[in-house]
Design a protein around this ligand. Structure first.
Ligand code: B12
Ligand code: SF4
Length: 476
């Protein structure tokens, strides 16, 4: 069995990967679900210089009976191409596709080269699909599995996440953990401490109780936050060779009881790691003691969706917080030594004045790392359907990385990208790592500085991913 994570094509994502490349955790979960009954290899094409060649070589050398492809929406075309390549090279090999794009737009992946499309959490359905393949039985009739040409498996329903207690511990023996690194955000880094350490990815829970209108998570989790058993998470973290842990939860602290119990259990086991988590500013303000507790056991940084700089905009997307709350949470976290990554959203309708307003706002913030996406409804949601008539590109899935505007920009696209790139550069420059003025490992610093430049440049040239006639087009 060959499990594959494709390489992205879009410049901003390739740019991001230069300072943040996390483990293919989804593939580790799927492999673990098979319970050692099959020989499994992982091909993470993000690590390959020539991903197409690496994939063909893996097919030729390993000759898998099943190929499992994972993919986000912006990887849709690549995923379909990998399925086609498999079919051409190994006609009897079965191709199973899963991942986020399969969940939100299964019909897009249900091509002639694909045998099954798995929606939602994949462990149980993948195990059942593989069992059926091994037994030579048809793949129809498995919950959350779409068989091209048979049914679309949707029935109007979003797949429900299973009981997290049923999830296996992901198999990390299938890759070299040292290959996965992230810029490590800290408010007061120790002199010479690595800023690009190897990082493990751990999911402690799934979902979120909030219903921000731009977010896919409420559709995926039905408004529920589902924590894994505390002991299982703590045991997994304790077993990691990496010292740094990036949590891939949607919101790590929204269930205070769970988060406090996990902190206690990690401490009881004597686990000494550094952590990075995602949190809402409202959670920080509601539970400052919890954040202090996590700081004590190793929380270095958090990602907060600031989203907008005006309350009116926050209200429109039902964020459930205000600009003042974001700022108070930032102060509180910095006060306890936790660094903040603030994520903002742009709208395609933004004018020069809106960009200027955002630039001024950022300039006045204390040290905080910032990033920017374009507010883009997810495929499969009513908002996406409503947006469809205005989509201005022939291949919207390929540009669905929440960075490429999918509807016409008010400013000429090239100008939008220029101003976007300026914000990205400003956001990177505000990082607490720089503000702390501590000596940092010179080679890593050079690598991160070069990567930051290339990252901003990728935004500046993003308009080239659009048909040429749109480069200077606008809605105005
Ligand atoms: C953590 C996270 C990240 C992390 C780590 C991602 C990584 N793996 O490298 C970081 C911060 C780096 C990141 C970056 C990005 N992310 Co992100 N991320 C998430 C988040 C919160 C969790 C994903 C995760 O790791 N889950 C843990 C693993 C174990 O679960 P999983 O990936 O869902 O896999 C399960 C199933 O999908 C299924 N499955 C997966 N693959 C396969 C394959 C087969 C064969 C089968 C059968 C099943 C199967 O089974 C798996 C096991 O449970 C999700 C939101 C969410 N709740 O899903 C967004 C999300 C996936 N990200 C998203 C996006 C857009 C991005 C970025 C493009 C954002 C950006 N603008 O920079 C980049 C792209 C990175 C890349 N290289 O492609 C979108 C994807 C939207 C879409 N329609 O594709 C999501 C859904 C959030 C959103 N905004 O809507 N992300
Ligand atoms: S708080 Fe975050 S994860 Fe929860 S619905 Fe809002 S944006 Fe999505």
């Amino acid at each position: 069995m060959l499990l594959v994570k494709p390489q992205a094509r879009l410049g901003p994502i390739l740019g991001l990967q230069r300072f943040q490349l996390l483990e293919p955790l989804e593939l580790g979960y799927l492999a673990a679900a098979l319970d050692g009954r099959h020989q499994v290899r992982v091909a993470d094409l993000r690590l390959a210089r020539d991903p197409g060649r690496a994939f063909s070589t893996a097919l030729r050398r390993f000759r898998p009976q099943v190929v499992g492809l994972s993919g986000y929406s912006h990887e849709a075309t690549t995923t379909k191409e990998l399925a086609r390549l498999t079919r051409t090279a190994l006609p009897s090999t079965r191709v199973v596709v899963g991942g986020h794009h399969a969940t939100v737009a299964p019909e897009d992946l249900a091509t002639e080269h694909v045998d099954a499309v798995v929606r939602g959490e994949g462990c149980e359905p993948f195990r059942l699909v593989v069992d059926r393949i091994a037994a030579g039985e048809p793949l129809t009739g498995i919950a959350n599995v779409v068989v091209p040409g048979h049914d679309d498996g949707r029935g109007g329903q979003w797949p429900r996440f299973p009981d997290p207690a049923m999830l296996p511990r992901p198999r990390r023996d299938l890759w070299d953990w040292r290959a996965y690194r992230s810029v490590w955000l800290e408010e007061n880094p120790q002199p010479w401490r690595s800023i690009l350490p190897p990082v493990a990815q751990v999911r402690t829970s799934f979902g979120c109780r909030m219903k921000c209108s731009f977010c896919i998570v409420p559709f995926l989790c039905g408004g529920q936050h589902l924590p894994r058993p505390v002991e299982a998470v703590a045991a997994e973290i304790a077993s990691l060779p990496a010292r740094h842990v990036y949590f891939s939860d949607d919101e790590n602290f929204i269930d205070e009881e769970f988060a406090a119990a996990l902190a206690d259990e990690l401490e009881r086991r004597g686990v000494k790691k550094r952590y990075f988590a995602w949190v809402r500013s409202t959670t920080v303000l509601r539970s400052p003691e919890l954040l202090r507790r996590w700081r004590q056991i190793g929380l270095d940084g958090v990602f907060i969706g600031f989203e907008f700089t005006r309350d009116e905009e926050l209200r429109q997307v039902a964020k459930g917080g205000t600009v003042a709350m974001n700022e108070r949470a930032l102060d509180l976290l910095r006060g306890i030594g936790v660094a903040v990554h603030a994520a903002f959203m742009l709208l395609p309708e933004y004018s020069e004045a809106d960009f200027e307003r955002l630039r001024r706002y950022l300039a006045e913030l204390p040290p905080v790392q910032c990033s920017f996406t374009v507010c883009t409804p997810s495929p499969g949601t009513p908002d996406y359907e409503a947006m469809k008539p205005r989509i201005w590109v022939p291949n919207p899935y390929d540009l669905h990385d929440c960075m490429h505007p999918l509807t016409p920009t008010r400013l000429p696209l090239r100008r939008f990208c220029e101003l976007y790139a300026d914000l990205v550069a400003l956001g990177v420059a505000k990082t607490p790592l720089r503000a702390a003025r501590r000596p940092l490992p010179p080679l890593e610093l050079l690598r991160v500085t070069m990567a930051s430049r290339l990252y901003a440049r990728a935004y500046r040239t993003m308009y080239r991913d659009y048909p040429r006639e749109l480069w200077d087009a606008s809605s105005a």
